[in-house]
Design a binder for this molecule. Sequence first.
Ligand code: MAN
Length: 533
Amino acid sequence: MAVSGFAFVQISRFFRFHVLFSVCFIFIGAVLSQQVQRPRGVSLSNKPFYENKETFTCLDGSLKIPFSLVNDDYCDCKDGTDEPGTAACPRGRFHCTNAGHKPMYIPSSRVNDGICDCCDASDEYDGKVSCENNCKELGREERERRQREIESFNQGFIIRQEYVKEGKDKLEEKKKQLEELREERKTIEALKEEKKAAKEAAEAPEKEAKDRHREAWEKVKEENRQVKQREEALLAFQELDTNNDNVVSADEIQAHLEFDGDNNGEVSYEEALEVLIDDDVSLDLFAKEVWPQIKDKYKPMQQVEEPPTPTEIDIEDVAPGDEEYEDYPEEDEEAYTDDDEDDDDDEDVPPPKQDKDGDAMPPYDDNIQTLIDAANKAREEFIEVDDRYKKMNDQVNELEKILGYDLGREGEFYTIQGQCFEYQDKEYTYKFCPFEKVSQKPKVGRETSLGTWKGWEGPDGRKYSRMKYGGGEKCWNGPDRSTEVILMCGLENKVTKASEPNRCEYELEFTTPALCNKMIDPNSDNTDKHDEL
Ligand code: MAN
């Protein structure tokens, strides 16, 4: 009895222990399962909204329903949140946990649609298709890819540091150069002013002497012209005065049919008077008043073909030794000789230019030539200094332009300024010249400007991630062409994509080490940093 009483106690203790243990185990299990269990298709962050097992409130707050209606394959909530794990709601989202890889949402319509969307196979549970859980493999590949990306980012960062150093050194150097050039320019500018004044001082007497020379020549020419005209008038007068009474009268004019104004075959008395002004005209009046009016019309009765005068011969047709040339007066010969045959002393003296009558101005005398030589020398000296000044000015402007650019927080974009990068797609070759311009050239045809440098346009904190180029060629019926360049960290400076999201608004993607702006710890799993990549 005692044994049996002991045995009973032992047995009852054994049972009590095991029952207690089992109860505890079940309780802990229940608690644990409660912690990790959530309705199908619900993300961990949304789990708290599905914990009340009595009622469920749609996440947009629009309706309260019994909890039993969650995932019952009937859509109650407008926002689809009562059916996170079925395809019942058109606006619903299904959450794949994808343990080992990245969690994600898919549209509810993809649940049990026969296509495996989630790598953990959770979206296909109705047994119609069998999906493999390949999250671990995908996760590994993703981690390896990210690792490579981080390595490349970090290599890019090393290159960027070189860029920063180069930028700092070169910009410093250019600043110094600019200061020196500005000083030098001041000196040259003063010298230029000096040479300009000397040039003007030499040109004034040169001009005066040349003008005087020309005026004297014009005067001689005019006198010669008048003498010639008077001679012509005399000849005409003698020819017209057929009765030799020393006056030309109307009847003598009537014999010249060229004065038949109305073309009726005869010269009337009135027509003759119109030519003559008066009936009987003396030689003096004829030469002064009549001859200038009629000389172009007048035809001598016996027109004799006279040999051409020297001034009527085209100078280029005359070679030394030609008969006509031999006929020239001694002093004019020099004016007509070929340049090549000039003496060395006369090398700089241009041959006298002919005027419209074929007359050549006599060469300048020694005094004028000395003034011309002095002015030429002053001009050459001025031009030489002016050229130096212009070149220096261009250098100063170029340096000011580069130093005026915003080349990044640490001058990291210095390396890519002054370079151009091309990208070819099916239709066009795009040319990107940082801080200058962007252009587009079709396979056949001319280049079109897609904008010139306007500035950095990245968002706050990431200012140097976007460049703006504007004011390009006008788009037919549209805006002026413009381009945004999106910069990304990469080992090479390279345009990787070109597109036209809106008509005449272009977008280029450009990778550059200048954008790899920090070292990333390959062991960190910071998604923020990941995003920066
Ligand atoms: C050209 C190109 C195009 C642009 C059209 C607009 O063909 O510059 O990119 O869209 O002009 O007319």
